[in-house]
Design a binder for this molecule. Structure first.
Ligand code: FES
Ligand SMILES: [Fe+2]
Length: 367
């Protein structure tokens, strides 16, 4: 590809149309990271807006997790205003009760002779799984459907089966597309993440990385990370790292240092069209890393905060709906993201079989 080729970035406000990509530019019929597992204790429920939809999450006393539309099918009050008792959700208005699978189990106002098939009343539910440190939810295109998910939830390295050593979260005031391409953008590092402990602008140099297609996304193939990252020096040995991106907004950095593993998971989840939640979790097997946690946590937070600050400033320009550019090769990952999204949306809305548009290649840039 010639280095001068530019492509206009698809705008978040003009996504491909179809049931799985509504006007909001969010992919549907796909798994999203909803929250860290620890947010939802047994016997509790928690309401969240995801992709502009009100979702009520709950966890039974046995640890099992469920999610349902947070709207009572009777007269529309949020079910989260009610209570969770004996494994069922009770609406605060007229006391209708719902099981985790969405079936209505009780309508208190019915008299003994008022026959009504209450179990035929249902709240829409969302498939959920609790693994890799988080609760993942399958956001359906058609809420009335009860079909099995068309893709499995993400499979992450085994180290993520333990509790995350560190969890950071932040809300970015932007559309999910800008959060995703901002986080995968390799060229902003020397300008946005300038800190004595990470790197300086002077450390900018040419990089060449091998990329290839991976499950619903692409991977920066396993390599030795660049030596200008102080964080890697701390780990000792010769680490190798592989970074995967998976639709709709998951970045997994898998670092191997001898027999040890460190895995960084960044999940990007749309709350609504102007709000995006970023959750960053780090899992490790290196025992002494836990001791460093109090020192590392503020740095990780500062790093993510730098990404957010730049997005906040970007909003001032985006408010005027400018034409944007994606250049080679620094923005090629962003181009892939939009192509992958388009291919997935076309599969779900028009039945065009999903084919990963990414081919193995080397990308070069200076950063
Ligand atoms: S509105 Fe929920 S029971 Fe009536
Ligand atoms: Fe960044």
């Amino acid at each position: 590809m010639p280095a001068t080729e530019t492509t206009e970035a698809p705008r978040p406000d003009t996504p491909s149309r179809g049931p799985s990509a509504r006007d909001d530019g969010f992919l549907r019929d796909i798994w999203y990271f909803a929250m860290p597992s620890g947010d939802l204790a047994p016997g509790r429920m928690l309401a969240k807006t995801l992709l502009g939809e009100p979702v009520l999450f709950g966890r039974g006393d046995d640890g099992s997790v469920f999610a349902m539309r947070d709207i009572c099918p009777h007269r529309g009050i949020p079910l989260s205003d009610g209570r969770f008792e004996a494994g069922e959700v009770e609406c605060c208005y007229h006391g209708w009760r719902f099981a985790p699978d969405g079936r209505c189990t009780a309508i208190p106002s019915l008299t003994a002779d008022q026959a009504m098939e209450v179990e035929k009343i249902r709240v829409a539910t969302y498939p959920t799984v609790d693994r890799h440190g988080g609760i993942w939810v399958y956001m359906r295109a058609d809420l009335r459907s009860t079909a099995e998910p068309v893709v499995p939830p993400p499979a992450l390295p085994a180290v993520t089966d333990r509790a995350p050593g560190m969890v950071q979260r932040m809300t970015f005031p932007c559309h999910v597309d800008h959060a995703v391409i901002g986080l995968m953008d390799p060229a902003h590092g020397p300008f946005v993440h300038t800190s004595w402990w990470w790197r300086t602008r002077k450390s900018i140099h040419e990089k060449a990385k091998r990329f290839g297609p991976s499950d619903l996304g692409f991977a920066m193939l396993r390599h030795q990370p660049s030596r200008n990252s102080a964080a890697y020096k701390l780990l000792g040995g010769t680490p190798t790292t592989e970074i995967r991106f998976r639709l709709p907004g998951l970045r997994v950095e898998d670092i191997e240092i001898g027999r040890h593993r460190v895995c960084g998971v960044t999940a990007v989840t749309p709350v609504d069209e102007k709000t995006t939640e970023i959750t960053h979790m780090i899992f490790w097997t290196v025992p002494w890393l836990s001791l460093l946690k109090p020192i590392l946590a503020p740095f990780a937070r500062r790093f993510l905060g730098q990404d957010r600050d730049v997005v906040v400033r970007q909003q001032r320009g985006l408010a005027h709906n400018p034409t944007l550019m994606l250049i080679n090769d620094a923005d090629v990952q962003a181009k892939w993201y939009f192509r992958l999204k388009k291919a997935y949306a076309a599969w779900r809305s028009d039945g065009v079989p999903f084919e990963n548009p990414v081919r193995e290649t080397t990308l070069r840039w200076r950063s």
